[in-house]
Every structure is written in structure tokens, then in C-alpha cells.
Design a protein around this ligand. Structure first.
Ligand code: SAM
Length: 267
């Protein structure tokens, strides 16, 4: 079968690692699992023996056909040939059903998959995820405020989920080996919007505004977004230094600032 590098096809060949990834979801006896990019089925095979229902989403028609044939006698395993970014995850489940998501992700769309899973966490479709991604991206997702890697992806992820760093694998764990190291994260979706008194849609936009230019101060980024000097001066919380950058702020402080500022008038 011809490998398609543009689909991020670096297959996991480390036996210990594929078991560790499946193990990270714990007891699956009563769970539905959605696997993103099953490939040749290295993780799928383990999950199929453990979970109540398994739905695997694979874009490559040849791989989807291979897996459909392999699992033809296991009706609790559904192989769907689709682009995960176009799939309506909610509609894959029955009413009231929640799922866990797992995947050695196609790295070229990691951020888009994460954003999709955050939304699915918010509407109760997905409860937990175990995801392998490029190490640098995982470092950004799990970074704490004030450290170099902290940015928009960190704040967005941590507004939506508790993030656990599990382990990192070298390129030799894959065939063909990618040029990067890979890290597995576990995410428990637990949106913090209500707790922090902010609305999800508006706060997502606000995060993009305050992180628009990482080297700029919060105030300069907010000025670029459309706030006047007077608006900022009149509402700026005393607890946030006027020269602070977004990367130094906790989520609590970002939410305090968002609540204090008047809504921007979009022309
Ligand atoms: N899970 C397998 C493993 O660990 O060996 C394969 C992982 S490989 C890194 C990524 C897989 O995602 C490939 O099988 C690729 O064809 C598939 N893929 C790429 N883009 C996709 C998309 N948009 N939707 C669903 N699957 C996709």
C-alpha cells in the first residue's frame, strides 16, 4: 500500500507505546471511544478488545477499507472513511451518549483537531482524550503562564480541559520516523467559562486579541483590537500591571480583565 506523507502517515511501531496510549484511557468496558486516524490499526486493535463501542475515523480510503475488512466480524467497531475535521462527532453518538477520543494525530492538523475537541468537550460529546502530537505543540498546550511556551494555544486548552503530560517518544517509535519527537497528553474536558464568569465565544475572541502579537503588551494588543486609551484606562483592573503581556497572566486574571472591559463595538 502506498503511504501518503501529506496525510501525516507515520505509523506507531513501538509495542509498549501503543499499549501505554490505550491504557491511558483506563477501563473502557462501558465506554464509547472515537479514534482519530487509526491508520493500520495499531491502537485500534487494542481498543477493540476493551471498549463497548469503537468508532474510528480515517481519511485514507485504502486504510479505511483495510480496517473495515479486518474488523468485519466485530460489529461494535465502526470504521468511517471521513475527514475528522468535517465529521459531526455528536451525530456519531446516540442521544445522551458521551465518548472518549484517542489518536496518534496527523500532525499537520493538530491545532484544528484540538479546537474541534474543545468544542466537543463543551457540548458534552467528548469527556476525555488521549492524544499524541508533536512534542513542541504538546509543550505549548500544557505550558503554565510565565514560561516561554505559554500562548494562545495554552490558554485556550486550559480554559477547556485539565491537561496531563504523559510521555514522549523518539522518532524511532514510528515507521517511517518523523523528524520530530512526539508527546502523549491526556485531557479531561472541564470547561472553566462559567466558573470564571465569561462567555465561551466572546472569551475565545478576547484570547485571540490579547495574544495577537506575543511581544506586545496587553494594552497594545487591545488598542490594536479597537479599544481606546480612555476605555482601557477607565476600566483596567488594579491587580494587572499596565505593562503586562498576556503570556504572564493566569486564566483568572485574563477573565477579570475580560469582565472589566466594555464589549467592543464591531462596526
Ligand atoms: N493510529 C495510527 C498509528 O498510530 O500507527 C496512524 C497514525 S498516523 C500519525 C495519522 C493517521 O491519520 C493516518 O492514518 C492518516 O491517514 C490519518 N489522517 C490524516 N488526516 C486525516 C483526517 N483529516 N481525518 C482522519 N484521518 C486522517
Amino acid at each position: 500500500m502506498k503511504r501518503k506523507p501529506r496525510l501525516g502517515q507515520n505509523f506507531l511501531v513501538d509495542d509498549t507505546a501503543r499499549h501505554a496510549i490505550a491504557d491511558a484511557l483506563g477501563d473502557l468496558g462501558n465506554r464509547t471511544v472515537i479514534e482519530i486516524g487509526p491508520g493500520h490499526g495499531s491502537i485500534t486493535e487494542i481498543l477493540a478488545g476493551r471498549c463497548r463501542r469503537l468508532i474510528a475515523l480515517e481519511l485514507d480510503p485504502a486504510l479505511a477499507a483495510e480496517l473495515s475488512f479486518h474488523f468485519r466480524n466485530q460489529p461494535h467497531v465502526e470504521i468511517i472513511e471521513t475527514d475528522v475535521l468535517k465529521a459531526d462527532l455528536r451525530s456519531l453518538l446516540c442521544a445522551g451518549e458521551t465518548a472518549d477520543a484517542i489518536g496518534n494525530l496527523p500532525y499537520y492538523i493538530t491545532s484544528d483537531i484540538l479546537l474541534k475537541l474543545f468544542a466537543a468537550g463543551r457540548d458534552g460529546t467528548i469527556a476525555r482524550s488521549v492524544l499524541m502530537m508533536q512534542r513542541e505543540v504538546a509543550d505549548r498546550v500544557s505550558a503554565a503562564p510565565g514560561i516561554r511556551d505559554y500562548g494562545l494555544l495554552s490558554a485556550t486548552a486550559q480554559m477547556n480541559a485539565q491537561v496531563e503530560h504523559l510521555f514522549t517518544l523518539p522518532p524511532s517509535a514510528f515507521s517511517p520516523p518523523p523528524e520530530v519527537y512526539s508527546t502523549v497528553l491526556r485531557l479531561h474536558f472541564a470547561p472553566r467559562f462559567a466558573e470564571l464568569g465569561v462567555d465561551a465565544v466572546g472569551f475565545d475572541v478576547f484570547l485571540k486579541q490579547i495574544f495577537a502579537q506575543k511581544r506586545k503588551t496587553l494594552q497594545n494588543n487591545l488598542r490594536a483590537a479597537g479599544y481606546s486609551v480612555e476605555q482601557l484606562a477607565g476600566t483596567w483592573p488594579a491587580s494587572i500591571p499596565p505593562q503586562a503581556r498576556a503570556e504572564s497572566l493566569s486564566l483568572e486574571s485574563m477573565a477579570e480583565l475580560y469582565r472589566a472591559l466594555p464589549p467592543l463595538q464591531i462596526p
